[in-house]
Design a protein around this ligand. Structure first.
Ligand SMILES: [Zn+2]
Length: 428
């Protein structure tokens, strides 16, 4: 690996791409694309398409082929390969930003050559990025950092990924090195869990894909949770409280009993880490006569996931069998599956990503996701899709930040990935 003139960069290619990634990133983050979980439209907010339309126009101008803004709001495009037998490789990022922090009026700030001192965000001086509390930040002394002004999220999740894919596409188009065909997709509504609801795998036409939606430099994610959602509805007996003696059955009290009977010291997000799963009461609504509880059930292991569901069923039954005058329903729905089972059958997909990360000058770091990705759903639908880092950190928060040098390393990784696949004939 040739070393970069500027030691902050992982490789000469990363250094070459850095200003292009940053310029695109700064233009994309100021466009408000926040998604909305309570909306019933698709995409959940029309403003996401402001960026999708801009990206489609930009990709056409840059000379990509088959550029299309699809009906559901995805941007598809092609960087044609130059090797006959190479596979078609998908590169995917999402345009929307999380609803958990304000997303309107993003004013990004570039902190050049960060000196390692705490960064006070000027729009809300109570928001301080202190390397003493943020170990990932402490490693970036000397980097060029991007933050918001403290009143909004930054939107590196996932506009860093969008900017990196566009930058990589531009670089690949003027490259003579062998390369595979890259199929690009920019999706909507990832943050509200609907990112691939209308994703047409056949129209996309990739053999496999990679999302650029991860975080710290070098991270490669090929393992997510398997996930169920559970909805428990309890119907009590509603009576005017003045004349309720011996007749009222309070649904809220029964629901409280169910929640109290669930595990706390184990099988809870607040008491587990790594590969430990959980049963998590997430949202509660109701009245004395009727109450509804939304839970999520998670594990990396599908068999254990079913055990957690059985535990939930038994707990609910034990509590509610004591009160025959109440009735209840417990509905369980599959949300997504751990992608690892599929990826283990196609080890070359993850292995090529490791190779690309190394060529970009970074050591790959395997991390397991305690959550899902668009790639988990795509993998389940038949498009194996591990997740790659983007260099953004502290997502879904007004203290979100990104390193320009790490974002550049991610763009370089995307370029190298398409080159790696250009050197490998399609598996027969
Ligand atoms: Zn994301």
């Amino acid at each position: 690996m040739a070393h970069s003139a500027d030691p902050r960069y992982a490789s000469p290619l990363a250094e070459e791409l850095a200003e292009d990634v940053l310029e695109r990133f700064l233009r994309y983050v100021v466009i408000d694309t926040q998604s909305d979980p309570s909306s019933t439209t698709y995409p959940s907010t029309a403003k996401q398409l402001d960026l999708s339309r801009l990206l489609a126009d930009e990709l056409r101008e840059l000379g990509l082929e088959d550029v299309e803004l699809t009906d559901p709001g995805y941007v598809f495009a092609t960087v044609p390969g130059n090797v006959a037998d190479a596979p078609t490789v998908g590169l995917i990022a999402h345009v929307d930003t999380a609803p958990s922090a304000p997303g309107t009026g993003v004013a990004p700030i570039v902190h050049r050559d960060w000196d390692g001192e705490p960064i006070t965000l000027p729009g809300d001086p109570t928001q301080v990025l202190d390397p003493a509390d943020m170990p990932a930040l402490a490693e970036k002394v000397g980097h060029d950092l991007v933050t918001s002004d403290g009143t909004t999220l930054l939107g590196a999740d996932d506009k860093a990924g969008v900017a990196q894919i566009v930058t990589a596409a531009v670089r690949l188009l003027r490259d003579d090195a062998p390369r595979a065909t890259a199929r690009i997709a920019f999706t909507v509504d990832e943050e509200v869990g609907r990112g691939t609801d209308h994703f047409d795998l056949e129209a996309f036409g990739a053999d496999f894909a990679y999302t650029l939606d991860g975080s710290g430099v070098g991270e490669l994610e090929s393992e997510t949770f398997s996930a169920h959602e559970a909805v428990l509805t309890i119907d009590g007996v509603g009576v005017h409280p003045g004349v309720a003696k011996g007749r009222m059955v309070n649904a809220l009290k029964l629901m409280a009993d169910v929640i109290a009977a669930l595990p706390r010291d184990t099988l809870s997000p607040e008491t587990t880490e790594g590969r430990e799963g959980f049963v998590h009461p997430e949202r509660l609504a109701g009245s004395a006569s009727k109450a509804t509880l939304h839970l999520i059930v998670r594990d990396h292991d599908d068999a254990k996931l079913e055990e957690h569901v059985d535990l939930l069923r038994r707990t609910v039954a034990e509590v509610l069998d004591r009160e025959p005058r109440a009735s209840y329903s417990l509905r369980i729905e599959n949300q997504y599956r751990n992608m690892r089972g599929v990826l283990d059958r196609h080890p070359e997909i993850v292995e090529a990503a490791e190779e690309a990360i190394r060529r970009a000058g970074v050591e790959p770091v395997h991390t397991i996701v305690r959550g899902g990705t668009d790639g988990a759903r795509l993998t389940e639908k038949g498009l194996p899709t591990p997740n790659l880092f983007t260099g953004g950190q502290h997502y879904h928060s007004v203290r979100e930040w990104a390193s320009v040098q790490d974002m550049a390393a991610a763009a370089a990784t995307a370029v190298e990935l398409i080159r790696v696949w250009g050197e490998r004939p399609r598996a027969s």
